[in-house]
Design a protein around this ligand. Structure first.
Ligand SMILES: Cc1cc2nc3c(=O)[nH]c(=O)nc-3n(C[C@H](O)[C@H](O)[C@H](O)COP(=O)(O)OP(=O)(O)OC[C@H]3O[C@@H](n4cnc5c(N)ncnc54)[C@H](O)[C@@H]3O)c2cc1C
Length: 256
């Protein structure tokens, strides 16, 4: 079993000023119809960075090619030296297959921490929007807000049990709006836009964080600008794209 990361991971980490390590797969369990919680062990503090960061997992696709997939860190247990990812598994892809089927003790090649979107320390309220792929990151970021603070989650779900919740510090005002996707397609922003229209922006300074499907993210950004948020107060990251595998480096293809 390899104890050093793949050469390409070492090169990537050096280029990104990040770290490459071999972790061990501890467990995977379904939390809901569409989400598995995956626990990995090893170098947790080094690899997981700050709330908002993700890790890159090296996997093999069906053509036997090495590809990477990125997953936001949901939680870190420094005592156990473990970290947790919430992975969407209701579609077929190298990432979802790995999350469902990896075995305890399997080696996993990880590059981390990755990601540039972190909590805006100047914001009085924080709005997280997206599909269920955003939950791991949104909850870790929300839990890092210092009281007093305000956090709002507007999340679209395919199944009622995907509306996973968590707890926050006393002193944090929390609003959760879960929107049932119903028969809408996964690149249709209408559900999240209707959720957004139910939320009246507080008067103080706010910051929106958008994580989810490529086309939906673009529409949400426009809607938030229309509602008066300025560009610097919107952090957006497309996590995946309807009808296309993410590219081998883990990001959805850009362009039309
Ligand atoms: C910075 C970053 C952080 C991310 N964090 C998370 C995270 O915390 N949790 C998480 O679940 N995902 C997260 N993602 C998204 C995840 O990396 C992608 O969904 C990835 O494409 C899944 O890889 P895959 O190999 O399973 O499917 P792919 O090979 O990419 O795609 C296979 C097929 O499944 C479809 N598909 C992919 N993802 C989804 C989905 N979520 N729902 C429905 N259909 C889908 C594609 O359109 C394609 O048709 C993140 C992505 C980025 C860039």
């Amino acid at each position: 079993m390899p104890t050093t990361p793949h050469d390409s991971s070492l090169e990537l980490a050096a280029r990104l000023d990040s770290h490459a390590r071999v972790c061990q797969f501890v467990s995977s369990r379904p939390l809901s119809s569409s989400i598995h919680e995956v626990v990995l062990a090893g170098q947790a503090a080094l690899l997981c960075g700050v709330p908002g960061n993700d890790v890159m997992v090296q996997l093999t696709n069906p053509a036997d090619k090495l590809v990477r997939r990125r997953y936001s860190v949901h939680g870190v247990d420094e005592e156990l030296d473990q970290f947790t990812l919430w992975i969407t598994t209701a579609h077929e892809g190298p990432g979802s297959v790995w999350a469902r089927n990896a075995r305890p003790g399997d080696d996993v090649d990880i590059v981390g921490p990755r990601g540039k979107i972190v909590l805006d320390p100047e914001a009085d309220w924080h709005l997280f929007m997206g599909d269920i792929t955003c939950l791991g990151s949104a909850y870790r970021m929300g839990q890092s807000i210092e009281a007093p603070g305000q956090v709002v989650f507007i999340v679209e779900t395919d199944h009622a049990d995907d509306a996973l919740t968590t707890s926050f510090d006393e002193g944090i005002a929390v609003t959760g709006i879960f929107v049932d996707r119903g028969v809408r397609s996964k690149d249709d922003p209408a559900g999240l836009l209707s959720g957004l229209s139910a939320f009246a922006f507080p008067p103080e300074r706010g910051h929106a964080y958008l994580f989810g499907e490529f086309h939906v993210m673009r529409a949400l950004r426009v809607a938030l600008l229309d509602r008066g948020l300025d560009d610097e107060s919107i952090s957006m990251k497309a996590f995946w794209r309807v009808g296309r595998n993410n590219a081998d480096h883990g990001e959805p293809e850009k362009g039309d």
